[in-house]
Design a protein around this ligand. Sequence first.
Ligand code: SAH
Length: 373
Amino acid sequence: MSVESAPDPSRPVAATPLARLIARRIADSGPITVREYMTLCLSHPEHGYYRARRAIGAAGDFITAPEISQVFGELLGLWAAVVWQQMGSPAPFQLVELGPGCGTMMADALRATQRVKGFSNAARVVLVEASPVLRDMQRQTLAQTTVDVRWLAEAAEIKPAPTILLANEFLDVLPITQLMREGDGWHEITVELDVRGTLTFGSKAACWREALPSLAHAAPIGSVLELRDFAPLSETLAAIAAGSPLGALFIDYGHEATGFGDTLQAVRQHRSEPPLAAPGEADLTAMVDFEAAAAALTNGRVMVERLATQAEFLGSLGAIERGSRLMSANPARAGEIEMGVARLMSPQGMGTRFKALGLRSSDMPTLPGFPQH
Ligand code: SAH
């Protein structure tokens, strides 16, 4: 990202209701941080992106793995069933999903596991969803299920119990702090107003005083570093693992190792747009730094598996075979099924851009789909 010091006359004046609200707030009390900006864009009670709109799917703004192919949710369901058996088939246990979107992945997972003896009877589904609109959609998608489903507004409300937790494209919506290296140290990037009253990037005058990853010390001037606060999630997982078995799976797009670069991106109607262009009306995400996530989410009670690419993970669970079986059973849809699986596994696309992070309580063996340590 280039931090703009002069106004750019070619830039359209942002005109969403949230843009006006943010501009007023900055005019009254000064610049806000990127983290505050991202939080407002996604979660503002009235205008936040996930509060008000149907974001996901062909008719929405972006498409996710469960919407591309039913194989995704089915394999995650079967993964959960094997983890449950590794736990000694506890009954009841909670099957938690963070940020379930349209509810498609859970519906596919529950359908695929119907015949796993005892699994559906033991499962208590817990959906952690901040958006009332998406909650309604999830309720509709899961209307047919016989499994008990409950909703929580945030992960911190999850109760300790034997737990299998799934999350696809959840970590990327957790707000980031962006820092830029300047001559005298690191400065937090802010959102401020230019002379025309349009939202623009700036940076805080004072240097960043909190902890930084070790590679930050050798960074060239102009480098951007992104930090995410995984601490609340880490505490939740540790509290579960303190007294119960835990298996957790986070799939998201991101880097294997901490690096530099501005990855904040806004997407609307399947097209990328400048992150300040339409606050509240575009999805706003940033790549997951899996090195930082693994370090923050592990502790004496929670262990991490070796990171796998989505292609490695789904491949080892039998994505190709499951796709072939579905194609034989539905010849009229064979082309679509094949294309969906190919897209999830694509070596130049989702197959490698997306990674699977596995976490487990220290009493559990290596989770399925991950290489042995
Ligand atoms: N997992 C789904 C949706 C991904 S979009 C899929 O793969 O299709 C991100 C999801 O996280 C949405 O359901 C959004 O409403 C939810 N979400 C975003 N921030 C959240 C928060 N802080 N707490 C709970 N849910 C959140």
